[in-house]
Design a protein around this ligand. Sequence first.
Ligand SMILES: [Zn+2]
Ligand SMILES: [Zn+2]
Length: 373
Amino acid sequence: MSFGPASAFFAIAPTPHGGRGVFATQHIPKDTLILTCESPYASVIHRKFRKEVCAWCFAWSLEVARKSWSVSKTNGPNAGVWFCGESCRNAWISTGEGVPEGDDVNHAGVRGILNATLERCLMTMEKDKAKSRTRSGVELGWAAFLLDSKVVPIFPTMLTEFELDTARFVLAGLLKKCTDDFSQKESTGTRRINCTTYPSGDWADVLDLQDNALEHIQAKPYMLASQIRIWVFIRFVVYSILRESKRLSDRTRQLVYLLKKSVDTPLETRALLGREHGNVFGIWDMALEEMNSEMLGWGLYSFGSYFNHDCSPTLRKEHKGRAIEYYAIKDIDTGEELCISYVETDQVVEKRKEALKEWFFDCGCGTCVAELV
Ligand SMILES: [Zn+2]
Ligand SMILES: [Zn+2]
C-alpha cells in the first residue's frame, strides 16, 4: 500500500492510534526546512477579496497600502482574477499548471471562461432572486433536486457567499483534474520525492486524503443541502459555457466537455467537498499566522495534510507566496512524529478542544493529557 511521498527527512507510516502520520527518518536539527509545498492543488480567494489579493502570489494589496490590485487578466474573457504585477499574471497564465506555452488550450484560459460565466450566472441569479418567490420559481427550485443527469440543469437557487467561494474552489479543482487528464500528464512521481519540494500533486494525491464528508454532514446536517446546491450551480455554469461552445476553439471545447463529464455526476464534486473540509489551509494576510489576521481564502496542499495535529507541534509552517514551508521547531529525533498544530496553541485546553471539533477528533496529545490532570 502506498503511503504518500517520502523524503530523506521523513516517511509516512501508520500511527499507534490508527490513521497515519509523518515520522522523522533521521535526526533533524531545529529550524531545518523539511518540506516546501510549492503550490495548492486548488485554491480560492474569497470573492469579496478578489481584487485585493494577487491570484498568483496571494499578496494582499492592503499590506502595501493599496486599495486593490490593478493588473487583471488580458486576452480573452476577464477571469475575475487580479494580480500584484505583470510577472504574477504571466506566471498564472503561462504555468497553466503544466500546459505548454503557446497551446491555445490552457488551464488559465478555460479558468477565465469559467470565472466569467460564473459571474454572469450570478448576475442573472441576483436579478431573478425576487422572481424565485413566485409560484413557478418555487416549482423550479424543487425541480432542481430532481435533476436527471441527462437533463440540462435548470437554474439553481441563489448561493450564500460561503457556498459561492466553495463552488469556485471546487471548479478550480475539477478544472485542474480535467487539464491534467486532457494533456495526459504523466503522474509526476511526486509520491517518491527525494528532495524537500513537493508540487501541487495530482488527483490521486487528492483522493489519498482523508474523506470527512460523513462526519461533516453528521455534525452539520444542513451541509447536505448546501453541497447539493453547490453541485447544481457548478453544473449550471459548465452547461452555460457549453451552450455557447461554438465560439470556443476545438481543443478548448474538448476540455470543457471533460469538465461536463466531471460534473454530470456529483462524484468528483463530492470527492473534493469531502476532502476540502479538514484538509485545507487558510490563506492569510500575513506570512506568519498571528491572531486577528484576516483569512483571505483557502488552498488544498495535498502533502501538507499528512501532518497530524499536536498541541505541542514539532513543525511550524510559513506561507511564502503560493507555497507553504514547514520548519522544525526543535531538534527532532529519528522516529519522532512530525506534527503541526491545527489551532492556536496559546489557548487553554478547553478552547483548543472546542476548536479541534472542526477536525472531528478529541486531542489526546501529551500536552492535553498533562493539562487535564
Ligand atoms: Zn503577485
Ligand atoms: Zn492536544
